[in-house]
Design a protein around this ligand. Sequence first.
Ligand SMILES: Cc1cc2nc3c(=O)[nH]c(=O)nc-3n(C[C@H](O)[C@H](O)[C@H](O)COP(=O)(O)OP(=O)(O)OC[C@H]3O[C@@H](n4cnc5c(N)ncnc54)[C@H](O)[C@@H]3O)c2cc1C
Length: 450
Amino acid sequence: MSPETITVDYLIIGAGATGMAFADALVGESDHTMAVVDRNHAPGGHWTLSYPFVRLHGPSNVYGVHSRAMPSDSIGASLASRNEILDYYDRIMRDVLLASGRVTYLPMHDVAGAGDGPPGTARATSLVNGATTEIIVRKRVVDASYVNVTVPAMKRPGYTVGDGVQVVPVNQLVELGGVPERFTVVGAGKTGLDACLWLLSQGVDPDRIRWIAPRDAWLVNRSHEGAVSQFRELTYLHGHDSADAAIGALEELGLVLRRDPSVTPGAFRCATVSSTELDRLRGIENVVRLGRVRRMDSTGVHLEGGSITTPPGTVYVDCSADGLTQKPTRPVFAENVITLQPLLPCLVAPSAAVVGKLESLDLDDVARNALAPPAQNPRTARDLLSFYGTRMERLHRWSGSPELFDWLRGSRLSAGLFDLQEMTDPDNRATAAALAAHLDDVLKRDDVTV
Ligand SMILES: Cc1cc2nc3c(=O)[nH]c(=O)nc-3n(C[C@H](O)[C@H](O)[C@H](O)COP(=O)(O)OP(=O)(O)OC[C@H]3O[C@@H](n4cnc5c(N)ncnc54)[C@H](O)[C@@H]3O)c2cc1C
């Protein structure tokens, strides 16, 4: 059977948060056609595979797409649940993208050979019946899969597990079919925090939980994220000339938190908590800081820094997947391809929407790339400074482009760029640029001591 052929202006590979935010912005700002292709059965990317009790950890008002509010769209503690997120993306797909009459959606399809030569031709193959669709791309292929999010359901643990040891991926925590005597949570990222908080919310005594946390991480204080006062608060960093001092100032301002007051965190992965959640987490006293797990067997857990014995009846909860990968950055706009990457560390949804808006503007790629330098997601404590510095730098950069700035000010997603409104004042723009340059200087000449 010969393949069906469709011709579109854009082929978007991936219907996760980034592909959806890009498509929504471009559909709203242009009359272009597009095909959105994804291996999954529904839009939403990794959320379709995440554990059932996952919620957004940042405020909903910096997530989703430009055109429609998310459920619980506020700065408050009411964070969208997995079901709400999936329902939201389903509605965006049906009511915005497909309703435009300009979008073809191919779920359960894998794309190969995209972006090969102008005009590109790609082949999408159904993962269900094997049929192929040839996609002729008049303008560009949009790679919304480059950042490559991994959640525990997508991979096996990176350590060896001996016979008789019960390790469950975090998704299975809701269906254990028995009451374990003890839990050991492996991993201290967003998923590990969620697993511990969920167990505590189910009434598990903190003494029955052991937490393997290879590195302590700085945590973003949720009550400050998306709040309007950060720009002014951050000017306090001007008086701090070393990375240690600047990180200390962020803590003094209450922007970032640490779980254990006696341990200086060496990591920063954008995990976000409220102070109530933090208090609950502090109730877990059995925290193992011996590096990564190498092997688990009937004698116990063997980690990089030593071994620990395990009481019988322990269930291990694997939360060790890296949900925030660091990929080498590349220009967002290239001749036939757009590669979606964070323009603001960790804020992938507003970043992809900005790229969609830029694509709709009458600019060349040099000008577009000048407005869209990609940013790395953070890893170490030092990256706290580029996390805040990049936001300041983008405030300055984007407020210098009237068309982009006007659109952003009208966008629900701009809450991630707190104080955007303040950038109409040239003095505030200069302060934002100076702050970004200051943090950059601090990073260049100083090493944080951890
Ligand atoms: C548990 C968890 C919670 C998070 N919470 C937040 C939060 O609260 N706020 C926040 O800002 N960020 C959060 N993040 C960060 C995360 O990066 C973003 O939420 C975002 O969902 C990532 O979207 P994405 O589109 O880049 O990737 P994905 O969700 O991975 O989507 C990529 C899609 O591309 C598809 N695909 C890949 N290759 C192909 C191919 N060849 N053919 C067809 N399809 C393909 C995949 O099937 C997938 O659906 C969280 C991350 C995790 C893991």
